[in-house]
Design a binder for this molecule. Structure first.
Ligand code: HEC
Ligand code: HEC
Length: 442
């Protein structure tokens, strides 16, 4: 067992003991002590940044680009964003992503919101910083199966990338592993979940939560004992606990060489979790209802169970649904899209890369021009240069396309290989209409 590991073991044990003491000594305010919990759950003003990797706009922009760059993987077809998808709170919607060898990975892809405040990374906390974490998936045979040296070489041969690294690291203007890690980490620290309904309640808006949701909050911080581990505005104590899932994965234990913390995993944040099902390190629970059911009646009894886990949880159906109602208030109504993500460029049709491309604007809720004539083999680019979120739907011969949310800056490029008339509308602002005539190529 390396010395560093032992030191960490000491820290974790100390934090477990501390959490137990605090949990035991604090008088559980009942009924809900509104002012107390509003203070406890207040959000900080800004995210912390480490002194040796301050965030700059150029660095964050580079990190955002690298996050989507498939050159980081051995096969050239996988980026961080393949598994960490923005619309799914940067997870992937499956219990375990299929790895390069065709077998599911050992653990579920965790969401990436609010990691700027994290103390250790991965489900078992084996990476001490986001900078250290970033190198792991690239070289992991089963994840990106890449080779850092090959990836760095590929990036260095790209003049735009070389410039982006130089802008991001003026004191060390080169494409290196250290700079790659710093940029990815700086970008990920900007992923701060936006205010949700719960935050409006925390700020004093009594009407922001429905009575059932408030009852759920009372249970969460009271009888159900959730707050012993899901603490603070992010709802995590950053500690490791065995909560009695049947999985055989030993989690934190082997990392520390301390079998007392076998089956212990990092307490996940509960922010924006509506979008990141399924849940737990093994993705074994599909819904919040399943999660609450687990705590109420499916905990596997074993000696390593966390001292902070309620041993007997008596929750009736109504209380369970109130807890779930409360959990929902910690997520946005739509999947939030972080500001620093590069614009989405959707490409549709085999010849969408074709030149010439005509560009249509969506400024002020209007397609400009409103009608366009192209030839078969030509492509059309629709740019959201408005301040609003739009949606592009295209209907015509052999084509029926729906872009989903198309954010400001996003583009949809469509290649046409059949003549005829195509209608383009925005599903959110149906008064926006564009008529496209595709003529036979001559
Ligand atoms: C093949 C899917 C896959 C790819 C590609 C991938 N990850 Fe992950 N990521 C995972 C899984 C699975 C875990 C959890 C592994 C564990 O805990 O043992 C994880 C964990 C993480 C964590 C830790 C989060 C936490 O809460 O502790 C971060 C940060 C992260 N990934 C960032 C990245 C970055 C940056 C890249 C690109 C360089 C990347 N990932 C590529 C699947 C992936
Ligand atoms: C003893 C500490 C502890 C207590 C008490 C606790 N949790 Fe957890 N919670 C965890 C840990 C650790 C995990 C991850 C476990 C794993 O993956 O093995 C987790 C996972 C979750 C998840 C899934 C999050 C995700 O992204 O996968 C939800 C939701 C959740 N807990 C809600 C609750 C609720 C509701 C309560 C109260 C009934 C509660 N927790 C009580 C520690 C705790």
């Amino acid at each position: 067992m390396p010395r560093e590991g032992l030191a960490k073991a000491g820290r974790v044990l100390a934090s477990l003991v501390l959490a137990a003491l605090v949990g035991g000594a604090a008088d559980k305010p009942a009924p809900l002590d509104v002012e107390h919990w509003r203070t406890v759950f207040a959000r900080p003003d800004h995210a912390p940044t480490p002194a040796d990797n301050p965030a700059t706009p150029d660095k964050v922009a580079l990190g955002a680009k690298l996050f989507e760059d498939t050159r980081l993987s051995g096969s050239g077809d996988m980026a961080c964003a393949t598994c960490h998808q923005a619309d799914l709170s940067f997870s992937d919607g499956v219990d375990r992503h299929v790895g390069h060898d065709g077998q599911p990975l050992d653990r579920r892809t965790p969401p990436l919101w609010n990691l700027a405040w994290g103390l250790s990374f991965f489900w078992d906390g084996r990476a001490p910083s986001l900078e250290a974490q970033a190198m792991v998936p690239i070289e992991n045979e089963r994840e990106m199966a890449g080779n850092l040296q090959t990836a760095l070489r590929a990036l260095s041969t790209d003049a735009q990338m070389r410039k982006a690294f130089a802008d991001a690291f003026p004191d060390d203007p080169v494409v290196t592993q250290a700079n790659l890690a710093k940029a990815l980490a700086a970008f990920q620290r900007t992923l701060v979940s936006p205010e949700s309904r719960f935050d409006r309640w925390v700020k004093g808006d009594d009407k922001a939560l429905e009575p059932d949701e408030l009852a759920g909050l009372s249970l969460f911080v009271g009888k159900a004992g959730c707050v012993a581990c899901h603490q603070g505005w992010r709802f995590t104590d950053e500690a490791f606990h065995d909560i009695g899932l049947p999985s055989q994965d030993k989690g934190r234990g082997p990392v520390l060489g301390v079998s007392a913390v076998d089956h212990a995993f990092k307490t996940p944040s509960l922010r924006e979790r509506v979008w990141s099902a399924p849940y737990m390190h093994d993705g074994s629970l599909d819904t919040f209802d399943d999660v609450v059911d687990h705590y109420a009646k499916r905990v596997v009894q074993r000696p390593t169970l966390s001292a902070d886990l309620p041993r007997k949880l008596d929750l009736d159906d109504k209380e369970r649904s109130q807890l779930v109602a409360f959990l929902n208030t910690l997520s946005s109504d739509d999947p939030p899209r972080p500001a620093n993500l590069p614009a989405k460029t959707m490409v549709l049709g085999t010849n969408a890369q074709a030149i010439p491309v005509s560009t249509v604007s969506q400024k002020d809720r209007r397609f400009t021009p409103g009608a366009i004539i192209l030839k078969v083999g030509e492509a059309l680019r629709i740019l959201n240069d408005d301040t609003r979120v739009h949606n592009v739907r295209i209907d015509g011969p052999g084509k029926s396309f729906n872009s989903d949310a198309q954010n400001p800056g996003d583009t949809v490029t469509v290649g046409f290989d059949q003549p005829g008339h195509y209608d383009v509308i925005c599903g959110i602002h149906p008064e926006m209409r564009l008529s496209v005539e595709i003529a036979q190529a001559r």
